[in-house]
Design a protein. Structure first.
Length: 139
């Protein structure tokens, strides 16, 4: 979770809390304002896309909870998704991180290797032309 949510994010969390509460017929908390404030505080520490998932009427908490969810239920919904998100971000950062640098080319060694390959190619070429065919094709 982020350390301190911005004011804009807190406003998003307030709107999301209001929307989640609106999906239920009546608020059954002993203190509705305290419940709503707790919900806002909970939402404020999660990214907006997770808040949107939580309040989605088809795939979120309203589709899973017959009654207004407790703050523990809200956290149980959000936390595994948040951890998966953090894991994916870390995996992407590891993937994007610079790899071990390839060794520097040595022009002298490259020239020697080219010379050896040319020499090998020449010796193989002359031995191939001197060889007599073997097998059924020779007949």
């Amino acid at each position: 979770m982020s350390s301190q949510p911005s004011e804009a994010h807190i406003q998003t969390a307030k709107a999301a809390a209001g929307r989640l509460i609106a999906f239920y017929p009546s608020i059954q908390a002993s203190d509705p304002q305290t419940y709503a404030a707790g919900l806002v505080q909970m939402f404020a520490y999660y990214p907006e896309f997770l808040i949107a998932e939580a309040i989605d009427p088809v795939h979120g908490l309203p589709s899973e909870c017959e009654f207004l969810p407790t703050l523990a239920k809200v956290k149980a919904f959000l936390e595994p998704r948040y951890r998966r998100h953090v894991h994916m971000v870390e995996m992407k950062e590891r993937f994007d991180r610079a790899r071990i640098e390839a060794p520097k080319r040595n022009p002298e060694a490259d020239a020697r290797m080219v010379q050896r390959l040319k020499s090998l190619s020449a010796s193989l070429g002359s031995s191939l032309t001197d060889a007599k065919p073997k097998g059924p094709e020779a007949a």
